[in-house]
Ligand binder design. Sequence first.
Ligand code: PEP
Ligand code: MG
Length: 547
Amino acid sequence: MQVATGKSILNGIAIGPLRIHKRAEMKISMTSALTPEKELARFKEARLKAQEQLGKLYEKALEKVGEDNAAIFEIHQMLLDDVDYTDAVKNVIETQNATAEYAVTATGDSFAAAFAALEDAYMRARSVDIKDISHRVVNVLLGSGDAQMPDGQPAILVADDLTPSETVQLDRSKILGFITRHGSSNSHTAILARTMNIPALVGVDFDESWDGRLAVLDGYNSRVYIEPTAGLLSAMEEKRKGHLKQEALLQGLKRKPNVTLDGREIKVYANTGNVEDVGLALQNDAQGIGLFRSEFLYLDSEDYPTEDQQFAIYKRVVETMAGKKVIIRTLDIGADKQADYFNLDKEENPALGYRAIRICLTRRDVFKQQLRAILRASAFGTVSIMFPMVISVREVRDAKEILEECRAELQAEGAAMGRVEVGIMVETPAAVMIADELAEEVEFFSLGTNDLTQYTLAIDRQNPKLDTFYDPHHPAVLRMIRQTVEAGHRHNCWVGICGELGADQTLTETFLRMGLDELSVSPAAVLPLRKLIRSLDLGQEAKKTFE
Ligand code: PEP
Ligand code: MG
């Protein structure tokens, strides 16, 4: 058995023979027997034809992967119209007396190389899109038609790279999964594969000898096993069956509203602790991200992440969610989450110490860097900001003032921004007690029941000895949740839960009766929770307040 690793873009399992896919070699002659005018005319005509193909591909993608994901082919159409790109092609034709196909290939390669060299991972991934449109035009010029994907017996496709247009044309009954040498987990190819539910690994170093051999692609562990042992094969078959069960649940629920039998609606969002979780959120059909724990950006870093580094990540997340809401929690560091470069003092009671919004309001430079990055990312989707560990109206006003200062600065710099909803985490008893006043300041509350339980019950959530005492079902905690919902609703402020309690199915009905508007849970908990919600019937009791 041979094992290779890569980067998984979907948690699925594929079992079947590997099939190496090679694109047909294109014979491209450099110099033209025609005049540059004629070559320019060929380019113009081919570009129009390519635009037409992209229009058809968009329609196809619309059916397969929905409007937001199909948008990549509109972007391809725009790239094909880009003046820099078309001027560069024309320039090669005119100055080198080159064929149109040579000029398009040369321009495509140099633009793709320029994108590939960029620091921003998102922009780097765009190099594939440039290659894709250039291939398309060359195919038209050489009369090879649209790229054809292999068919035949179902197999795991192995290729150097796959373009978005090749990916969207993959036939799910023939392609069990795919493995590529190049590509990133945030490319459009990856996004499309996720949406089409194709298990895939990128960044795998393969060789020709793989062709035709039996393999297991394990997207959960980012591994491919070539000629697996009998034991591994049967374990993987089992795992695949479990995955298919979950899958069936997903298919039954996809795009269906989260309404109880008697018509009460509640949003189910996903909590994410890193960028990989964002893919999982989509894969589990979460309606949005209810908690993006931004601190991982700081904890995974040796030094303060710069505004641009943060912007690149937020933008990628927001774009991946394609219009669905992304609630970014601002830095919640301190207590159990420490980064050396912050040089935080050792504290007697870190959970009650210098953390979260308290650091942000005293380290304005760090806070502003993050807020600016989030505001810039808001131009690319639907973004909300949420402040953690709030205990007073003053803190919220100060945080909002800094946010407005950042907005004004960015406006003056000409940066694009979208509307950003502002909310807070309600995770201290103080916030619950003044929820009426806080609700006047913000548009939403998200209950952080992990900390709310800790502070309400005076129990350190980090101390395993206290596990038997840590009771999130304690009436004090449940009453706090109810009070928060009621106060929020009195002031037109929606209320959700993003703490672990949100996924506790023994309380789902209680939460619905309390009137919670949203539950944000780990990606894996989204579908089972939605299934439960759709089976509940609150009947006439729905209007009753929780006691
Ligand atoms: C919470 O406190 O409930 C919460 C969601 O935040 P964290 O667990 O990150 O403190
Ligand atoms: Mg918390």
